[in-house]
Design a binder for this molecule. Sequence first.
Ligand SMILES: Cc1cc2nc3c(=O)[nH]c(=O)nc-3n(C[C@H](O)[C@H](O)[C@H](O)COP(=O)(O)OP(=O)(O)OC[C@H]3O[C@@H](n4cnc5c(N)ncnc54)[C@H](O)[C@@H]3O)c2cc1C
Length: 409
Amino acid sequence: MGDKVNVCDVLVIGAGPGGGNAALHSARAGLSTILIEDHPAIGTPVHCGECISDVACENLNLTLPDHVVSKRVHGIRVIFPDGTDKKLSESGYVLEKHLFERWIADEAVAEGASLHLSHKLSSMEKIHENGKFTGWLCQGKGEHFPIQAKVVIDASGVGGVSNKLLELNPRPQVIAGMQYEMLEVPTDDYLDFYIWPKYVDKGYLWMIPKSGGRANVGLVTEDKSRTKKALDEFIQDTHFKELEQALPQWKEKGNPAFGGTIPISGPHSITFDDGLMMIGDAAGFTSPLFEGGSHLALKSATFAAQVALSAISDDNLSNSKMSEYQKLWSEEFPPYPKILKGKSALFDLSDDEMSLMARSFPDEMANMSPLTKLAVCGRIFIRRPGLYLRGIIPAMLSFGYSRAKFYGW
Ligand SMILES: Cc1cc2nc3c(=O)[nH]c(=O)nc-3n(C[C@H](O)[C@H](O)[C@H](O)COP(=O)(O)OP(=O)(O)OC[C@H]3O[C@@H](n4cnc5c(N)ncnc54)[C@H](O)[C@@H]3O)c2cc1C
């Protein structure tokens, strides 16, 4: 560790999508910005299915360069237990996610941010001058520590380093995700999401097509001990059995499986403190049904950069000033408890009930008019009135809330 203290306006912890974008927007606003990343390279190991919607890109003003895009896709096809499939057609991209994250960090550097790889933050201490909070003194592993910052933006992902160090919230509940890259996978350019409780009780499986016939075939499940077994069983029992598994491009050797964990207990009740904001997975921001988090991470990053600029300009880094951040995200992001209720209701249905619900949906679920929703309710009522007592309405709504405009992907 060096003796010299590196001083900056904003220290961003973690160079995932959230951290890269927070550094980009902070630097672009003229704030002196340091972005640190624990790993020696950005974006690897990949822990993502790698998809992002057009709606997200528009909402974030992102014009993706060609090299970060793997494939254009038409939307999501949800496949229910009896094989019934329904579409949520909203176009978007499958990314080469590590290249995407590197591109955002490069953009941040081009705007003046300093990027330090192999830098792991391990402690943070408040600095007060004449009783007033003036910033954080941060220590860790890496030659540019110690770092003194007026504002820290914690984008450290599901591990949430500031939350852990400062004990601001209980540790979040998590769901485990794992996938393989497979070759020569048949596709019509939809993301296939299988809600098949036979393999994963409270989760789902996917095929996310990529360029050159590649695809991510994976799952998320609350039953962490069965993650790999459940994925292998699914592959054995389906057309994926015939296909070859490959090491992804970014992985030179080792096990072909890759993945990670995703927070599922919803946004932390405390996402800020004096001169501190948590964004993305570190704040618990994910979409409950399909667990997408990149759009939320990228958007919360812009809010955090905006509040950092305002706080530093006003020379007010206090807790009450930083509360503007919580106000911004809570007004923008969809109601997590409501969607979670729908997800729980969905997973409480039997396979048969879920399939019956699906058969009552129109083929295209993306933009159901009030009249269509009424017709769906009518069909379900005629076929199985008792389903209303089993929470079928919230279960149906959870699909609506999984659309891109509600930060579903
Ligand atoms: C299997 C799987 C599939 C998924 N599929 C999708 C999908 O298709 N679409 C989607 O939108 N979302 C998906 N997600 C969720 C998505 O990956 C996350 O929500 C998103 O990456 C969150 O971004 P982030 O910047 O908050 O955190 P992360 O991407 O986790 O980045 C955090 C970074 O912080 C670094 N870090 C951690 N601790 C420290 C420290 N102490 N010091 C310095 N650096 C540190 C980490 O190394 C990491 O690079 C998936 C997740 C999983 C696990």
